[in-house]
Design a protein around this ligand. Structure first.
Ligand SMILES: [Zn+2]
Length: 277
């Protein structure tokens, strides 16, 4: 339960604390060093709130202008964080200092920006599906950094060794590296498609042209609790805003005993994010 002393709270904070009911409460950090994981997601909720406000002002979620405003807001927020200098990048999120744990950029803004980049890398819908899957799998328990990263690796649109290695490098830069002061060359080098910085795809890790994404292997999802089936009408995902056709369909898995318990308790993931359709 979250209580606000005095009964007043700004909306950003409400979004932040509400997000903690899933990230921090339902799926708790596996240890002190994982504080960044939940605070990053709670900070991401603040960015999403501001993006949603921009979207509404520009025409709403059903308007192309509204959706563009949503994305532009996230892109702007990422750029503002990514250009930080000074001591912003000097603390590794997964190796926190006790005296800056709940006040430092390495706990809040840096991991939030990492999640924005991750959303661009694996695609907006896949990102939401990955989060929902983590809730189903780890709800009521804890998650380690390795488990968190593995969960996102499974949703990479290109399941090649070089793309997995690049995503591992991405996690290492954003979560585990302490840089020298100053920013610029002393900050993560891998970002996401459409964002400030060098992006993600390139070199040996490339997205295949739409409709011929043979690199997306069915084994990618065969290990997931989401059921898969071949389908003549292959579904699409949109990594980084681009649309790619998957050679199979994804549908919601049959409920597990744990997910039935969760439903009885009245918890559910906000929005219909739990499957690719
Ligand atoms: Zn928090």
């Amino acid at each position: 339960m979250i209580a606000f002393a005095g009964g007043q709270i700004d909306t950003d904070t409400l979004y932040h604390e509400n997000m903690h009911q899933w990230w921090g409460d339902n799926v708790s950090e596996g240890g002190y060093r994982m504080t960044f994981y939940k605070e990053g997601l709670a900070t991401l909720a603040e960015l999403l709130y501001r993006a949603r406000s921009a979207e509404i002002a520009a025409g709403g979620p059903h308007s192309p202008k509204g959706r563009a405003a949503f994305q532009a807001s996230l892109t702007r927020e990422f750029a503002a964080i990514y250009r930080s200098g000074g001591s912003f990048w000097t603390g590794a999120p997964s190796n926190p200092e006790p005296f800056t744990l709940f006040a430092g950029s390495s706990t809040y803004a840096r991991p939030a920006a990492a999640y924005v980049a991750l959303r661009q890398i694996i695609g907006h819908r896949a990102f939401a599906a990955a989060l929902a899957q983590i809730q189903r799998r780890y709800g009521g328990g804890t998650i380690t950094e390795r488990q968190l990263e593995t969960a996102f690796q499974r949703w990479l649109p290109v399941q090649s060794a070089s793309c997995h290695a690049r995503l591992s490098h991405f996690f290492s830069e954003w979560f585990d590296t302490a840089y020298r002061r100053g920013g610029a060359s002393h900050r993560p080098k891998i970002t996401g498609p459409g964002l400030a910085g060098p992006g993600f795809y390139g070199g040996r890790c490339r997205l295949a042209p739409s409709g011929s994404n043979s690199a997306v292997s069915r084994s990618m999802v065969s290990t997931l609790p989401i059921a898969t089936s071949t389908s003549p009408g292959a579904r699409t995902v949109s990594p980084g805003g681009w649309t790619w056709k998957l050679p199979f369909a994804l549908r919601r898995a049959a409920p597990t005993a744990s997910s039935r318990r969760t439903r009885r308790r009245g918890r559910r993931w906000p929005g219909s994010c739990c499957t690719l359709r």
